[in-house]
Design a protein around this ligand. Structure first.
Ligand code: PLP
Length: 223
């Protein structure tokens, strides 16, 4: 087994243990292996170890890496976890199965148009800026409910949950609790929250999708 495959098994075990201690069903937590910045050669051993759900934060990088891997492993599920510019919507809808970063009405409109055009319908998460950080995208918590309703009713989009990326210098639990409450208020079942450093806390607060990169792949190559 490669080092990364061994780390994957370790993370899976920790996800199972924290699900159990939170009184949750292990299969309700999806592990997204975040492969951004890692080349196909680093992804291959994880595919061989059975991992099928991956996350990328850039549309161009995903398009460069994944079509060839998908020729060999047909049941791959690809998640976009980084910001989506409106001029990349066409490529994103064609490439990704799930998009976690719906954060503005103009994007909702562009997604609706493209989904109708090609008849492919990725599941969507609305990103919430729980820390109200100016450098981060996401809907403000007070606007989340109205925005979700607009996406569902006006644009008929398949919104399934909420996503957040807590401020690095704050206790993540507060943000996870807030996101869980907002999702409940919106009537949404899924929560994309938790990364390498805080996924066990996120699972305790109801995460259904944890996004884990460096704890599986090792330190990211410098950009
Ligand atoms: C990079 C990234 C992750 C994974 O981060 P790690 O700390 O490497 O686990 C999760 N979510 C988003 C949005 C990211 O950009």
């Amino acid at each position: 087994m490669t080092e990364s495959a061994a780390r994957l098994r370790g993370i899976e075990a920790r996800i199972a243990a924290s699900s159990l201690s939170a009184g949750r069903v292990v299969s309700d937590v999806t592990l997204i292996a975040v492969s951004k910045t890692y080349p196909a050669e680093s992804i291959q051993p994880l595919l061989e170890a059975g991992q099928r759900v991956f996350g990328e934060n850039r549309v161009q990088e995903a398009i460069a890496k994944w079509p060839a891997l998908r020729d060999h492993y047909r049941d791959i599920q690809l998640h976009l976890i980084g910001p989506l510019q409106s001029n990349k919507v066409r490529e994103a809808v064609a490439c990704f199965d799930v998009i976690h970063t719906l954060d503005r009405e103009s994007l909702a409109q562009a997604l609706q148009r493209e989904i109708a055009r090609i008849g492919r319908k990725p599941e969507l998460f609305v990103q919430v800026n729980t820390g109200l950080e100016p450098q981060k995208s996401g809907i403000a918590p007070v606007d989340a409910q109205a925005f979700v309703r607009t996406c569902l009713e006006t644009y008929q989009l398949p919104v399934v949950g909420l996503m957040c990326l807590p401020p690095e210098d704050e206790e993540p639990a507060v943000h996870f609790a807030l996101l869980a409450r907002l999702a409940r208020d919106c009537g949404l079942a899924k929560l994309s929250m938790g990364m390498s450093g805080d996924f066990e806390t996120a699972i305790a607060f109801g995460a259904t999708h944890v996004r884990i990169g460096s704890a599986i792949f090792g330190p990211r190559p410098a950009a």
